[in-house]
Ligand binder design. Structure first.
Ligand code: SF4
Length: 96
């Protein structure tokens, strides 16, 4: 038996209805990528790899500790680019 090679009206309408959802999902992905790139450069926030006035990154609300961190290795920061020392500091420091 020959298979019909046409798209039913219901199939076409269903696919048309999904198009805005797909476009929205792509837009959300792009927004997320842009947000990740909106972090400040270390130089812009005067980042240093040592504590200042007793303040250091691992006591800052923006610090992201490295996963599985028995050696207290470098982590990240929610608002500053690059790897961040738990003993570092910048002018955006904010108490946890
Ligand atoms: S905001 Fe500054 S002080 Fe706080 S974790 Fe990020 S780099 Fe460290």
């Amino acid at each position: 038996m020959k298979k019909h090679n046409y798209v039913s009206r219901a199939d076409a309408l269903g696919k048309l209805a999904m198009a805005p959802l797909a476009i929205g999902a792509l837009a959300a992905l792009r927004t997320g990528a842009a947000a990740a790139n909106n972090k400040s450069a270390k130089s812009a926030v005067k980042y240093v790899d040592h504590p200042v006035s007793g303040k250091k990154c691992d006591a800052c609300r923006f610090y992201i500790a490295a996963k599985h961190d028995p050696m207290k290795t470098r982590g990240g920061c929610q608002i500053v680019q690059g790897s961040i020392s738990p003993n570092g500091y910048c002018v955006a420091w904010a108490k946890k």
